[in-house]
Design a protein around this ligand. Structure first.
Ligand code: GAR
Length: 187
């Protein structure tokens, strides 16, 4: 099994979908660690419920981004993590993690990149008035949602409504991510 760490800053619905896929064998991987920068992330509760350890690393308690990422890296190495899987982790990955995990950091983003990178991609898409948006899984590089694209799926905007469209996007994310990772890990 491939040992992975999932990074999340928020609700963690993608974390749970991946944990379920690992458990039922759809994904030949084991989540050895949840990493979060947010002490109040609901993802932490989800990890506890399924017996996965959660590492809470508040960036403010470090003097630099490098020191912050070095602390995360030590924990990843201790747990022999092979791939980093970002699932709603709302921080840019810096040089420490990028050089320790070259081409082994994956992200999911709620738009058809390169449209609408960054925060609130669904809100941006609806504000722009697009009728179709979607989900992208991509390799992480130093940019904001810019690395090579691995998988994409289109999702219709529902009634110009952020909440309904978010629901539709999440449903797609929860199967697209496990399928894309499964493909990647079997190469
Ligand atoms: C997901 O929609 C993910 O694509 C997005 O955050 C959400 C997290 O939901 N990520 C980004 O916007 C990254 N730029 P979750 O916490 O329920 O998995």
């Amino acid at each position: 099994k491939v040992k992975i760490a999932v990074f999340a800053s928020g609700s963690g619905s993608n974390f749970s979908a991946l944990a379920e896929a690992c458990k039922n064998g759809e994904l030949n991987a084991e989540i050895v660690l949840l990493v979060t920068n947010k002490p109040d992330a609901y993802a932490i509760e989800r990890a506890k419920k399924v017996g996965i350890s959660a590492l809470v690393v508040p960036p403010k308690s470090f003097e630099s981004k490098d020191a912050y990422e070095q602390a995360i890296l030590s924990a990843l190495q201790e747990s022999e993590v092979e791939w980093i899987v970002l699932a709603g982790y709302m921080r840019l990955i810096g040089p420490v993690l990028l050089s320790a995990y070259p081409s082994k950091i994956i992200n999911i983003h709620p738009s058809l990149l390169p449209s609408f990178p960054g925060k609130d991609a669904i809100g941006q898409a609806i504000a722009h008035g697009v009728k179709v948006t979607g989900v992208t899984v991509h390799l992480v590089d130093a940019g904001m949602d810019t690395g090579p694209i691995i998988a994409q799926h289109a999702v219709d905007v529902v009634d110009g409504d952020v909440e309904k469209t978010t629901e539709a996007i999440h449903a797609v994310e929860h199967y697209l991510y496990k399928d894309a990772l499964s493909e990647l890990f079997s190469r």
